[in-house]
Design a protein around this ligand. Structure first.
Ligand code: NAP
Length: 263
């Protein structure tokens, strides 16, 4: 354990897309450090395992089927978390969609789907938890970004633009909601092992090497390393940090030899 086991004792966290990949590990680590955890995503098949893991850690778990693109559904999610777990202290906006496609070929629906999940979803879910956090006298929101949003993002123009929007939203909400004692920060991953996207992208050894060549630390990140950055930002250690973007990518974003996937 890197942090104290009771770091988040008595708190309730909500993680969008908390049933798979990085969100799964964020949810498990929040529970391991004392939080009760709610997750939301569209596919109930993604809910069973995380609920079991959280309950096995002795914490309360709640999984809610919802689509973050729909503000009525995000509203309902926040209401159910409050009804069933009593409060909302932490929100992690982690849900995302992505696929490789040259901008020239990208359809309006493809563009819309990704921007709506990432950017609209982050805004709708954040607004939905606002009343609870205001009434409780504070809270912590962490938005998950992506390091290609800092540079150009060839073949993920939809995701790059949406994630860049999320970074600006992080800073703006940090300022607007500071009077409510709500801190809003971002964690920006580079390529992370044991995730579907990286598995797809790096199945070919040539691509694997080409990506690692752009990472100064010469390895992929671990899902836990993203979760630990989230834990830090929601913990009292970060009580004076808001509007910050914590980049967790092995130094990749300093590297201007941009990796261009083959599509
Ligand atoms: P992932 O496993 O595909 O997770 C995405 C999650 O979002 C899924 O659980 C999915 O669940 C949920 N989701 C998708 N659309 C949704 C919607 N409309 N409403 C509600 N939930 C929705 O991806 P990941 O690799 O773990 O990525 C997690 C986060 O890290 C994302 O924000 C991603 O952009 C970021 N990131 C990842 C990497 C990487 O190397 N993997 C790099 C940079 C940034 P359902 O299908 O059940 O809805």
């Amino acid at each position: 354990m890197i942090f104290r086991e009771d770091l988040l004792q008595g708190q309730v966290a909500l993680v969008t897309g908390g049933g798979t990949g990085i969100g799964f590990v964020i949810s498990r680590e929040l529970a391991r450090h004392g939080a009760d955890v709610a997750i939301t995503s569209r596919n109930p098949e993604h809910h069973t395992q995380i609920v079991q893991e959280v309950e096995a850690l002795g914490r309360r778990a709640l999984a809610i089927q919802a689509d973050v693109r729909d503000p009525e559904q995000t509203q309902r999610v926040a209401e159910r978390v409050r009804e069933e777990l009593g409060r909302i202290d932490i929100l992690v906006n982690n849900a995302a969609g992505n696929f490789l496609c040259a901008a020239e070929q990208l359809s309006p629906n493809g563009w819309r789907a990704v921007v709506e999940i990432v950017l609209h979803g982050t805004f709708f879910m954040s607004k939905a938890v606002l009343p609870a956090m205001k009434e409780q006298g504070g809270g912590a929101i962490v938005n998950i970004g992506a390091n290609y949003a800092w540079l150009a993002a060839p073949y993920v123009s939809h995701s790059g633009a949406a994630k860049a929007g999320v970074l600006n939203l992080t800073r703006t909400l940090a300022v607007e909601w500071a009077p409510y004692n709500i801190r809003v920060n971002a964690v920006t991953p580079g390529p992370i092992a044991d995730t579907e996207g990286v598995r797809r992208l790096m199945s070919d050894p040539k691509t694997h090497k080409a990506v690692l060549d752009t990472v100064p630390l010469k390895r992929l990140g671990k899902r836990e390393e993203i979760a630990w950055a989230v834990l830090f930002l929601v913990s009292p250690a970060a009580a004076y940090i808001t509007g910050h973007n914590l980049v967790v990518d092995g130094g990749m974003w300093f590297n201007h030899r941009m990796f261009r996937p083959e599509v």
